[in-house]
Design a protein around this ligand. Sequence first.
Ligand code: ZN
Length: 268
Amino acid sequence: MTSQHVIAIDLGGTKLLAGLVDREGVALRRTVRPTDLSGEDALLDQIEHAIGEVGSDGFGALGVGIPSTIDQRTGCAVSSVNIPLADVDLRRQLERRFGVPVMIENDGNAATLAEHRLGAGRGTRHMVMLTLGTGVGGGLILDGRLYRGAVGAAGELGHITIDVDGPPCQGSCPGGGHLEALASGTAADALAERFARERPEGDLGRAAAAGRPATRAKCSSTSAPSSAPASRASSTCSTRRSSSSGAGSRARESCSSSRPGGSSPSAL
Ligand SMILES: [Zn+2]
């Protein structure tokens, strides 16, 4: 029964992955594409298209993991470092669009929950997880439960300062010397490019001279059955920035319109 299937979205700063998932967490159908970072409308359009693609036979609920601080009282994406989403009531917007229950969660928290229930963390009482991608996400399981903290950012381990004199953090993060600035996929790419320039006789230098991607492979859109849980996909993509201006006519659900009092909680 398709109503027992849910759609899981893993939105990152590099790729958008959508899967139709059964009750055991097995992805029956999936699609992946480079994240459209050209603007909020374009990104929301892309999310809806991906849902329509894998959910064409129907589905009973939506779960969305995004690299954002989430206000769980309202389902709002409050702020994001690596994608153009801020002050968007994503839960309400998707509920209205697809007419099913929607759960929004920080992507690091979602990966941590999946790993705790289905993966390496099964049976553990306390668990820390780091997710390495465009940025560095994280999640905490304390006493068997996901710990989000006061404003939902307790698991933002990528923004811990590990070098006070380190480089500026990436995206919209105003900090410096953070783990994300030194150990994310983006940081690894920059380091590999620097080594290729400084040591053209080395492996990375020769790979770059030969036109081979030194660090990552480009991804392509796919839609095939898979037995792997949706949270365990390992394909990587090169970041691609589209010049599209997006639909521009979206009925936008802002957080301030749904939040009691309209106050804006701090990002981190
Ligand atoms: Zn940071």
